[in-house]
Design a binder for this molecule. Structure first.
Ligand code: UDP
Length: 231
């Protein structure tokens, strides 16, 4: 693979604490990113915002505003992970679909290509820039736009199951599944909007657990123990 889109959930940054940042966890993730970057892979990264805020959790404020807070949470997450990557010696750039002053660069395909050409890890913060969407949707959108070969979906669970493994001890994990089946069965790999876009745009996906040692590196090297989603 030459170019991938890595999706990290916001909670993955929080470690055991479940909220905010856990520095040791993020340094481990960033070391894996450095390893695959040094092997020549171009890496775009989308990070969720669940370690701070989810728009749909507020029953009080307007959903549009609640989602804006969620999108800003993803900007905070990208600034944090980007700077941990820099601490490890990598070059990075953060793009947002809305102006964030001096904090980030405004997203455009051309600017992203220039950034990759300079050997940078590229962060896509702020989701799609629109309420009622998710960072899953932003992941597929950016993956398609930058012509990534695959999405690497690093999650709290180690793949896609036929039912929720947290509530069903007999849930069975798929080693491989087609995106059509994921959509038809509404399996919870990504939200449905994102899965449908993956299906329409024929974007393959590797789903695995972030907390398994070297799981990102292993996914890239084909030593893969999660679920492969075919198109
Ligand atoms: N969000 C949004 N539009 C986007 C991406 C994210 O409004 O394109 C907001 C939304 O409020 C979401 C929050 O940002 O709940 C965090 O994003 P994430 O995808 O982690 O949320 P989740 O899917 O877990 O709700």
């Amino acid at each position: 693979m030459k170019r991938v889109l890595l999706k990290l959930s916001g909670e993955a940054l929080a470690g055991e604490k479940k909220t905010g940042f856990d520095e040791a966890t993020v340094i481990e993730v960033a070391k894996q990113i450095r390893t695959i970057a040094e092997e020549g892979l171009e890496i775009g990264i989308v990070i969720g915002g669940g370690n701070f805020w989810r728009g749909r959790t507020s029953e009080t404020i307007d959903r549009n505003k609640a989602d804006q807070i969620g999108m800003l949470a993803t900007v905070m997450n990208c600034i944090y992970v980007s700077d941990i990557c820099r601490y490890l010696g990598l070059k990075t750039e953060i793009f947002t679909p809305f102006v964030c002053g001096a904090f980030t660069s405004l997203y455009s395909k051309d600017a992203v290509e220039a950034s990759f050409a300079q050997g940078k890890i590229v962060f896509f913060a702020g989701g799609t820039g629109h309420p009622y969407f998710s960072t899953d949707t932003a992941t597929v959108l950016r993956a398609v736009e930058i012509e990534a070969e695959a999405i690497l979906l690093a999650k709290a669970v180690d793949g896609i199951y036929d039912s929720d493994p947290k509530t069903n001890p007999n849930a069975v994990k798929y080693d491989e599944i087609s995106i059509e089946e994921v959509v038809a069965k509404k399996l919870a790999a990504m939200d449905l909007t994102a899965s449908i876009m993956c299906m329409e745009q024929k974007m393959p996906m590797l789903v695995f657990a972030l907390d398994e040692k070297d799981s990102i590196i292993n996914a890239v090297h084909g030593k893969f123990v999660g679920t492969k989603v075919t198109v």
